[in-house]
Design a protein around this ligand. Structure first.
Ligand SMILES: *[C@@H]1O[C@H](CO)[C@@H](O)[C@H](O)[C@H]1NC(C)=O
Length: 291
């Protein structure tokens, strides 16, 4: 399932690159991934019963979907539904555990929205639009906007390499940063508030009682809840911790009790073919647990 997302992100690179050089009308295809900005139109040339557009913005942005004009047959079973996150085969990002809304509130169907409301806003840098139309000629136009998110919590990486600092400012919540590539990752710093504890990295059993920790998770699911813990860090340290994770999805998840201002910094890059092969051959310390 994740393979599809990866392919699409690569397409998106090319798409964003092209956008600097040409101005054009933007259309949704039945299966699409788009960098959020501007107006998008879908027009059915035949019945399309199962369509989805993955929307992606920068890590510190949320996405707003506005309905401009809609010509579909709600009574006939057509729908346009915005999902707050990404979902594939029942696997969700952010996972139900980490999202502020209960699952049913993350789906907003245009056909049952009422006429007073015309926009839907996501809680993180990814969202999704599902749609089904039974009649050729049915169409709709949406405007996708990006808004600054001053306190990003859950984030889907736009790229296979980069660096990021996640901060949870004295809130009792958990945040995940997901990278849908096999990566080499360096956690350079984890700190609780202003305290500088003795540099020490504890292995998993020692972190079980800690209300504040960073988990490195890996696996082949989009859903953080289905991933396996690779290592936990629960005492402030100034790194680096270097790991290679040969999984489809690598997640840095921070658990926060609300007592401290938790902060974790990390950088990552995609593993090359040679590294992946080595990991598979001598499966000693670094591997994907979920194969
Ligand atoms: C955060 O995650 C921990 C462990 O995964 C869980 O026990 C706790 O209930 C979560 N907190 C919130 C606010 O969801």
């Amino acid at each position: 399932a994740i393979f599809l997302i990866k392919k699409k992100i690569h397409f998106l690179y090319i798409f964003i690159f092209n956008q600097y050089f040409c101005v054009f009308v933007q259309y949704f295809r039945c299966l699409d991934m788009v960098a959020v900005d501007g107006q998008f139109t879908f027009t059915a040339d035949r019945p399309q019963l199962s369509c989805a557009a993955f929307l992606l913005a920068e890590p510190d942005q949320v996405i707003e979907v506005e309905y401009d004009s809609v010509d579909i047959d709600c009574r006939g079973g057509d729908f346009i539904t915005v999902f707050d996150g990404w979902v594939m085969k029942g696997e969700k990002f952010p996972s139900s555990q980490d999202h502020p809304l209960p699952l049913h509130e993350r789906y907003v169907n245009y056909c049952s929205m009422g006429s007073l409301r015309t926009t839907v806003r996501s809680n993180q840098n990814v969202a999704m639009v599902f749609f089904r139309v039974h009649n050729a000629g049915s169409s709709f136009t949406l405007t996708l906007r990006k808004h600054v998110n001053p306190f990003p919590c859950n984030v889907m990486s736009q790229t296979p390499e980069g660096s990021y600092t996640m901060v949870i400012p004295q809130q009792h919540r958990n945040c995940s940063f997901s990278i849908v590539y096999p990566v080499a990752i360096d956690i350079s710093e984890f700190s609780l508030g202003r305290f500088n504890n003795v540099p020490k990295v504890k292995s998993m059993p020692g972190c079980a009682d800690s209300g504040d920790l960073v988990q490195l998770l890996g696996g082949n699911s989009l859903d953080t809840m289905k991933l396996v813990p690779i290592t936990d860090v629960c005492v402030s340290f100034t790194g680096p911790t270097h790991m290679k994770v040969a999984c489809d999805n690598t997640v840095v998840r921070m658990v926060s009790s609300g007592t401290f201002v938790n902060r974790v910094s990390f950088s990552y890059r995609m593993l090359d073919r040679h590294e992946l092969q080595n990991i598979k051959l001598n499966n000693v310390e670094d591997f994907c647990f979920n194969n």
